[in-house]
Design a binder for this molecule. Structure first.
Ligand SMILES: O=C(O)C1=C[C@@H](OP(=O)(O)O)[C@@H](O)[C@H](O)C1
Ligand SMILES: C=C(OP(=O)(O)O)C(=O)O
Length: 440
């Protein structure tokens, strides 16, 4: 399969962000709503679902395994759960597109099935490391074949009979933690996962929401296999990872004043908010409330001068997907911003350290990659041509950069923005960015 280069964004320099806007539903929660809804007993109704290519890949995969899933409207999904043991062998390999979350979490679920199944992905997903899940799953008893270097496709063999595990993760990864907890549902005995640093805890919250007991103490989370999930209704909040582009945009563009409605502010997801505040951003949380076990707020962001900082290492896992946007804030800040302990950025949809550094250099900003981070010196952004390498978050970050550039920015290979934020261009235009999308 060849990479699609089918879309290009053209961003005119300048502008400011105004108004009240709601970005689409949280991607992590949307994936999990399909997975847990499918494995539950009874009918789960989801509202606020992210209609993105990644989450639709998860949805289609469960349909292919015999789960009846309907969509009464674009953002509403009804899942008729089949119970933990009701999935059926799909007729062919499950194609998961660009979505690491789908493949890693589903490998935990599929390791517990009585049928064999193969998972494949696009060229980006086919380069991503899977040993982080296949190694501990093998310790639980699973038999999984990968390509030679531990990358997809993954072939999961039937009926291996999993055992619980007490596993300390070498990397802070919510995908690994979630994969093993989901495998733990099928395992004999207890499965316990210890994380080296806190990561997003949607799986734990949602398992509880589906009535599954979870024990948590400090950095360790445990569950006992062999229980059942009870269907529930899920209201998905707006995705802070999508809101992040507009939080940075409003901070850097003079005169901006924007409100982002109904955004999930789970403490394990608000690294971007904490980091921007440390840089001097003016961010106010309004109308804080809790919906379906997740904290939510409207986020007001007003333009304000930013300064470079050394990013606290404890914030790194809490802002892991927001760094491309944070790097644009750093490029507009006074002084140097230093990021360390973030080597994980090199194995996302692209090498986000190198690809962002290359792009920032093209726009006249000094950006020095290091093995586990980057040093960015704020300055005047110029116009230029950027290769997003098919990475949605790179494409959206350089769109926001246009607000502070002194020339037109052209961004290549943007089709994958639809994986997480299919309405990005319309929302960006409505909010005040002069951006056009072209077929390339
Ligand atoms: O669990 C999840 O939903 C996710 C976890 C993170 O990945 P890692 O677990 O690899 O850090 C994040 O980058 C990804 O976009 C979504
Ligand atoms: C890393 C990301 O997603 P995934 O791992 O699901 O591909 C992301 O959305 O930035």
């Amino acid at each position: 399969m060849t990479m699609t280069h089918s879309k290009r964004f053209i961003v005119q320099a300048g502008g400011q962000l105004r108004g009240e806007h709601r970005v689409p539903g949280d991607k992590s929660i949307s994936h999990r709503s399909i997975m847990l809804g499918a494995l539950a007993e009874g009918t789960t109704h989801v509202s606020g679902f992210l209609e993105g290519e990644d989450t639709l890949a998860t949805l289609a995969a469960f349909q292919a395994m015999g789960v009846k899933i309907t969509r009464p409207s674009l953002e509403a999904v009804t899942i008729e759960g089949v119970g933990l043991h009701g999935l059926k062998a799909p007729a062919q390999a499950l194609y998961l597109g660009n979505s690491g979350t789908s493949m890693r979490l589903m490998s935990g679920i599929l390791a517990g099935q009585s049928f064999s199944v193969e998972m494949t992905g696009d060229p980006s997903l086919s380069r991503r490391p899977m040993k982080r899940v296949t190694v501990p799953l093998a310790q639980m008893g699973a038999k999984i074949d990968t390509a030679e270097n531990g990358t997809p496709p993954l072939k999961i063999h039937a009926g291996q009979g999993l055992q619980g595990i007490d596993y300390t993760m070498p990397i802070a990864s919510a995908q690994v933690k979630s994969c093993l907890l989901l495998a733990g549902l099928y395992a004999k005995g207890m499965t316990c996962i210890t994380e080296p640093a806190p990561t997003r805890d949607h799986t734990e919250r949602m398992l509880r929401g589906f009535g599954y007991p979870i024990q948590q103490a400090g950095d360790k989370v445990c569950l006992q296999g062999g229980g059942r999930l009870q269907a529930t209704d899920i209201e998905v909040p707006a995705d802070i990872s999508s809101a992040a582009f507009f939080m940075v945009g409003a901070s850097i563009a003079a005169g901006s004043d924007i409100i982002l409605k109904h955004v999930g502010i789970n403490p394990t997801r608000i690294g971007v908010l904490n980091i921007l505040r440390l840089m001097g951003a003016k961010i106010t949380l309004l109308n804080e409330r809790e919906i379906g076990g997740e904290p939510v707020a409207d986020i007001r962001v007003q333009a304000s001068p930013l300064k470079g900082i050394r990013i606290p290492v404890d914030q790194v896992p809490l802002a892991i997907d927001e760094f491309p946007a944070i790097f644009i804030a750093a490029a507009c800040a006074e002084g140097e911003t230093i990021l360390t302990d973030a080597e994980e950025l090199r194995v996302k949809e692209s090498d986000r350290i190198q690809v962002m550094a290359d792009g920032l250099l093209k726009l006249g900003i000094s950006a020095q990659p290091t093995p586990d981070g980057i040093v960015i010196k704020g300055g005047q952004l110029q116009g230029g041509i950027i290769d997003s390498h098919g990475d949605h978050r790179i494409a959206m970050s350089f769109t926001i950069a246009g607000l502070r550039a002194n020339g037109t920015i052209e961004i290549e290979d943007c089709a994958n923005v639809a994986t997480s934020f299919p309405t990005f261009i319309q929302l960006a235009q409505t909010a005040g960015i002069q951006v056009q999308e072209q077929e390339a």
